[in-house]
Write a protein that binds this ligand. Sequence first.
Ligand code: GLV
Ligand code: MN
Ligand code: MN
Length: 407
Amino acid sequence: MKIDRRRLEQSIEELGRIGQTPRGGLTRLALTDEDKRGRDWMVARMREAGLSVTVDQMGNIFGQRAGEAALPPVIMGSHVDSVPTGGRYDGQLGVLCGLEVIRTLNDEQIRTRHPVTLAIFTNEEGARFQPAMIASGVMAGKIALEDAYNARDKDGIRLVDELERIGYLGAEPCVARPFRAYLELHIEQGPLLEEDGLAVGVVEGIVAIAWSRLTIHGVQDHAGPTPMRIRHDALVAAAEVVAGVRRIASEIGGDLVTTVGNLVVTPNIVNAIPGRVTLSIDMRDPRDATLDRARDRLEPIVRDACEREGVRYELEHYWRVPSTPFDRDVVNAVARAAKAAGARHRRIRSGAGHDAQYMAAIGPAGMVFVPSRDGRSHCEEEFTPIGDIDYGARTLLLAALDLAGRA
Ligand code: GLV
Ligand code: MN
Ligand code: MN
């Protein structure tokens, strides 16, 4: 069975134009006007493909293709929000390959026993509203609906108000429901598949992820008349923390990765001593225990840096997702599908978070990876050759068909 490569390429092109950056990347932050246009485009394609579309309280979109029996669905999902100056593959490719699978089933007039559902999750990236994967988190019962609704972007705008504004505050309860399997195709976002010359990764699980927020309160003052000896500079303490966070990874080693990616400096002008800095800390490791050790090291680094500068701080560990192995049967189904698709493949672990991680908490889940050129993502250079996408989409098709069962 083949997928229509030309049609898939055209969809990637069309959806990629919504929120396109001048350099061919994508800025389509969750629940912005661009996100609404991307969603509207997807919903139109889902209806054209004969899916019955519903939207839940978190703005998650589901399009269901009926099965022969009233059985739990096989869900194929991902997201259409992006990071700022991101690429047109992260998330997008998963929903478009899911759409292509549905279109192929339609073309071939294949009936399945279980329904097959295409899902689009809200705010997967966590770029606009924190944490990431907030909507699958609510669905899995790991994040309270109320907390998700009250998440605010950097301008203080609430998630629920934006859902309403763009017309995606649905009526369906956002709760766990039984599913036969959850499958997510995604770009690898790392270099391993490309290095090995492989088209498909059979994902065995996702690393543990911890996000923290540090606010440092210094004393805002003039950059000229204030002698060095009486300064309390929040940014100087923050700089020590940034270097310290990097050091945690080099000292603990192994697969631990640590990142300070967001720094908000107040007042952020040339001639004032920074009075306040807020910064993000992202730490990931395949082992939960290693992440605990990393967090234990973070606390003294922050304390010492702030003591030296004579500044106050608040450190908040506000989001944690445990290391998540995927369901053995689903992983095996993906491996069989990759083989049947003729794709050169290997088993692989994800260093990025995905909605599949929360879905794995409430049902059998697995993922299909396709390579990322130069291992790059969350940037405009993100790219995957269509030949590899074709193998990935066929793997998704065959795995979905295997799990849904032919009627
Ligand atoms: C999502 O892109 C994440 O891994 O942070
Ligand atoms: Mn993604
Ligand atoms: Mn991403």
